[in-house]
Design a protein around this ligand. Structure first.
Ligand SMILES: Nc1ncnc2c1ncn2[C@@H]1O[C@H](COP(=O)(O)OP(=O)(O)OP(=O)(O)O)[C@@H](O)[C@H]1O
Ligand SMILES: [Mg+2]
Length: 248
């Protein structure tokens, strides 16, 4: 397993510095939560690591520098991400969605062979995301949470080794959140996971380590308890009600 090592990561938009000299170490197999108020630079950080915006500094996955590479190259290196809004192909089946994702790294011959049945890696991903029973259903008919899981499944069949998930539980029911929390823990047994999340309740239950971004900079880092006890975090992010809970 490899980890993510970020040094001095900086992203500017027309002079506005959205990510400002961020250092971040996510060790192999970590399940890191990245939190911070709206506009803190969380999504931009992930965009920079995945090649969607230009950045300076360094972002290494294992030994490999990611900055300066094309988006598809970074994906091939095993870095996968999801977006704040789900991006599954609604008019295709669950299986077809996974097939397409898996196919991106495969030969034409491999794709032909796979017509004979559900390939092992796809079957495993279906099992992991709990959609084995839905493989022939159109993705558009899935519940909101299931679409998010399908998207994560697409990263699994691409064999992403670093998953960067942008607010995966937004809009989910309590049950869906819990299932997602379990899913993330299971995935982090074999892969490195970074989750952008706003929901403090979800964070308390499932985060291993937390990094707080504020105005493009790392404000605080540690366990959930450490971050919640940090006065600066309470001031900029958690607000009064949560800070009282955090201190309790
Ligand atoms: N393409 C862009 N051009 C100009 N400014 C941008 C661009 N993308 C993001 N920004 C600005 O950069 C800052 C960081 O945005 P970003 O989307 O990374 O925040 P975030 O932490 O993900 O917030 P949220 O919690 O709302 O998703 C914001 O002030 C945003 O307006
Ligand atoms: Mg965002």
């Amino acid at each position: 397993m490899s980890g993510l090592t970020i040094r001095g990561l900086t992203v500017s938009f027309d002079g506005f510095v959205a990510v400002d000299g961020v250092d971040l170490d996510v060790p192999p197999g970590d399940l890191r939560f990245l939190i911070g108020p709206n506009g803190a630079g969380k999504t931009t950080l992930v965009d920079a690591v995945t090649g969607l915006v230009k950045a300076t500094g360094s972002a290494r996955f294992g030994e490999t520098e990611l900055l300066g590479r094309e988006v598809h190259r970074i994906a091939r290196l095993g870095v996968g991400r999801t977006f704040q809004t789900a991006t599954v192909f609604e008019e295709l089946s669950v299986l077809q969605n996974l097939d397409i994702a898996a196919g991106s790294g495969r030969s034409a011959l491999g794709l032909l062979r796979r017509r004979r049945g559900v390939p092992d890696d796809v079957a495993r991903a279906l099992e992991t995301i709990g959609l084995t029973g839905r493989l022939d259903d159109l993705a558009g008919t899935l519940a909101h949470g299931q679409k998010q899981w399908l998207e994560i499944g697409m990263l699994l069949v691409q064999d992403a080794r670093l998953l960067l998930l942008d607010e995966p539980v937004a809009g989910m029911s309590h049950e869906e959140r819990d299932a997602t929390g379990e899913l993330l823990h299971q995935i982090a047994l074999e892969r490195t996971v970074v989750v952008i999340e706003h929901d403090m309740d979800f964070l308390r239950r499932y985060a291993r380590t937390v990094t707080v971004l504020h105005a493009g900079k790392v404000l605080s880092e540690g366990t959930v308890a450490e971050v919640q006890a940090d006065q600066r975090v309470q001031e900029v992010y958690l607000g009064h009600s949560t800070s009282t809970e955090g201190a309790a």
